[in-house]
Design a protein around this ligand. Structure first.
Ligand code: 6R9
Length: 650
């Protein structure tokens, strides 16, 4: 029996970019894409060097790539200051008075920060950090709401050669403590609080709890945001407002080596302690910049909005480093998408004339559930390009996004990538790639992606296998902070010299990559290995279904039985009839092999705080009736408690 993943999904809808979009795009035909892609993987150093040249370097590199698998050095001998490309070049040039960040807080407060102001702020922050004794290579933990100061602080760290480690503001004191310990950070940047769903997240209180018995913390810099009372420890804790009074708004950006560490970002990993994914300077910035240019087709006149939080890699690459290196105007929003209601995003798109919008499938499914009347109330005609990231986007959610948000005219870029890859890897190019709902389509320039079976052979069309990258790329992680062997074991041990992403995938006959789910989640039913994405997408394609998650459960005869969890759209009610109908619907859509043996309705699914469905928890719940593992990354604990009751567990 083959160990490969089977695929049963058929998708025939194809959408080509409009002639009008193609005409103005940087890459406007598939022939051009294919030619450029081939050149770029045949001679990756040539392609990436050409792109890297568009950034600000204080000293040119001697060698583009030094590759001793799995360790890469890019732009060897080159020196740059990352913040110079993102800030100084615009502040000194024609974008001086252009809006860099249009900020909206959850309570409705607004601010516009021009590139010249951004420059002054970043310089002030850099001087404040130096004043607190922060040196190059020192790690600085940033625990902030989604306010412009989060970007200022990150860029200031980059500017002085310190290594930031941003911890998502929704994480607890324990997560901060773990990350402080692992990274050895001695400085913290935070705020009194942040606004989320009309409530204050007590950021400073959480920091206090995390460092209560930690004597190694030298300084805590606090931004005033929510203005509730907090405690400040004398000598250690400082209001930024006080510190900035004593510093200059000028700071000369010193050059650092291309491989100087830029940041550590922790990613949960399926088991055990979070991995500190390390990224360095020149290569990372090249990846961020190049993908913004080609994938989002960013132009000077665009208003770009990525709804991620800076606590995730998407916020690092596609809020801070990439868009700012491009000199674009972007919208930044502090709060929840449903505050005060599910119209908030659409209202903001209308108000600011957003032209490029980048969000996640989990948000799209929530909007579908909330109802079409929210987007319908707003003029979304400024939009010209839509993006998706984070999970496979179910074809029906893709169609909704295209029709209801994109008005049928905006190309959708479904971008596959990871914290570890630093930048987008598999994606349509908006001016040329024919898209099909549910596939991230084709590899980006310089990216040699493939799907291999267990013995390392490339699989045929529509055969599932492991998604790998066969050549180094500039924005790849340089490793797991402080754990060399874990890096090798996690990503480089399946095949020699080849990066394994941990995702299952297949390619269709047009070469498009379809992510079928995480390899850890693959189902094995009567010897058939099925990815989770196809079964879930079949469920979501039913009119009544908003969201679905499937997991395997031990079964005496079949090996595994399929258990599905389903949330319904607002106007549908659960019933035994609907349950039967949904099971049959999956059977009809992809075959009886994929028909769920059990199906449970639930008002919501367990997710990570970045919106990814946590199938691991559902699996544990159906297998043992309880959850024992680490659930600190879970967004909403109630979900699990309710499901436990429902399944009659402990
Ligand atoms: C950027 C980001 C990475 C994992 C990745 C995959 C899933 C992300 C996807 C996608 C299908 C897409 N993923 N984008 N799956 N289609 N367009 O999300 O990074 O948080 O590290 O997660 O997310 O499973 O391996 P990260």
């Amino acid at each position: 029996m083959s160990n490969n993943i089977e695929s049963h999904q058929v998708e025939n809808r194809v959408f080509k970019p409009s002639k009008e979009f193609a005409k103005k795009a940087r890459v406007s035909s598939m022939a051009e894409y294919k030619k450029l892609w081939k050149e770029s993987v045949d001679k990756p150093t040539k392609f990436w060097a050409r792109e890297a040249k568009e950034l600000c370097w204080q000293k040119k590199w001697k060698e583009v790539l030094d590759w001793k698998a799995p360790h890469a050095k890019w732009f060897v001998g080159g020196e740059l200051n990352v913040s110079e490309s993102c800030v100084d070049q615009h502040a000194k040039g024609k974008r001086r008075n252009k809006a860099a960040i249009i900020f909206e807080g959850e309570p409705g407060d607004k601010r516009v920060i021009t590139y010249a102001q951004l420059h002054r702020e970043v310089c002030k922050w850099a001087n404040v950090l130096i004043g607190q004794g922060v040196h190059p290579h020192d790690r600085v933990l940033i625990y902030m709401p989604m306010i412009p100061e989060a970007a200022f602080a990150m860029l200031a760290c980059a500017r002085i050669g310190a290594v930031h480690s941003v911890v998502f503001g929704g994480f607890s004191a324990d997560s901060i403590a773990d990350r402080l310990e692992d990274s050895g950070a001695e400085h913290i940047i935070t705020a009194d609080g942040g606004w989320r769903r009309g409530k204050i997240i007590p950021l400073k209180d959480n920091v206090d709890a995390a460092i209560k018995s930690n004597a190694s913390i030298k300084s805590v810099i606090v931004v005033k945001r929510t203005e509730q009372k907090i405690s400040m420890k004398k000598g250690r804790d400082h209001w930024f407002l006080d510190l900035e009074k004593d510093v200059s708004a000028k700071h000369e950006a010193q050059a650092f080596d291309s491989e100087h560490p830029l940041f550590i970002l922790y990613t949960s990993g399926s088991t055990g302690k979070p991995k500190g994914i390390l990224h360095t300077s020149g290569g990372y910035l090249t990846g961020a910049y190049t993908t913004c240019k080609y994938v989002f087709d960013m132009r000077d006149e665009d208003v770009y909005w990525c709804t991620a939080d800076v606590g995730w890699i998407t916020g690092h690459t596609y809020i801070v480093y990439g868009p700012l290196a491009m000199g674009v105007t972007q919208v930044m929003y502090e709060g929840a998408p449903n505050q005060p209601d599910f119209g908030r995003f659409w209202q903001m798109i209308e108000e600011y004339g957003v032209s490029i919008f980048y969000t996640a499938p989990t948000a799209i499914r929530a909007f579908i559930k909330a109802g079409d009347h929210f987007p319908e109330k707003h003029d979304l005609s400024s939009l010209r390009l839509l993006g998706s990231v984070g999970e496979p986007i179910n074809p029906e959610a893709w169609m909704w996004y295209r029709d209801k948000i994109g008005g049928g005219r905006c190309p959708i870029v479904d971008t596959w990538w990871q914290t570890e890859t630093g930048a987008i890897m598999i994606t349509p190019l908006p001016g040329c790639t024919p898209t099909k709902p549910g596939t991230a389509t084709l590899p980006f320039f310089g990216i040699d992606a493939a799907i291999l079976d267990e013995s390392g052979n490339e699989v045929g069309p529509d055969e599932g296998g492991r998604l790998v990258i066969r050549q180094p790329w500039p924005s790849m992680t340089r490793g797991i902070y402080g754990d060399k062997s874990r890096y090798k074991k996690a990503y480089w041990s399946d095949y020699k010299g080849i990066y394994t992403a941990g995702d299952g995938a297949r390619r269709d006959e047009d070469g498009n990559f379809w992510i079928v789910g995480r390899l850890d989640d693959v189902l094995n039913v009567s010897g058939h290995r099925l990815g989770t994405a196809e079964v879930e997408s079949a469920l979501v394609a039913h009119d009544a279904v908003a969201e679905a998650a499937v997991v395997g459960k031990p079964h005496e005869i079949k090996g595994q039985a399929i258990v599905a969890f389903v949330t319904l759209k607002g106007d549908h009610e659960e019933s035994p009839e609907l349950l039967g109908e949904l099971r049959n619907h999956v059977g009809n859509a992809i075959g009886s092999i994929a028909k769920p043996d059990e199906l449970h309705f639930t008002p919501s699914l367990p997710k990570t705080r970045s919106g990814k469905i946590m199938r691991r928890l559902l699996k544990e719940l159906v297998e043992t009736g309880d959850i024992s593992g680490n659930i600190t990354t879970l967004e909403d604990f109630e979900v699990i408690a309710n499901l436990k009751k429902k399944l009659g567990g402990k």
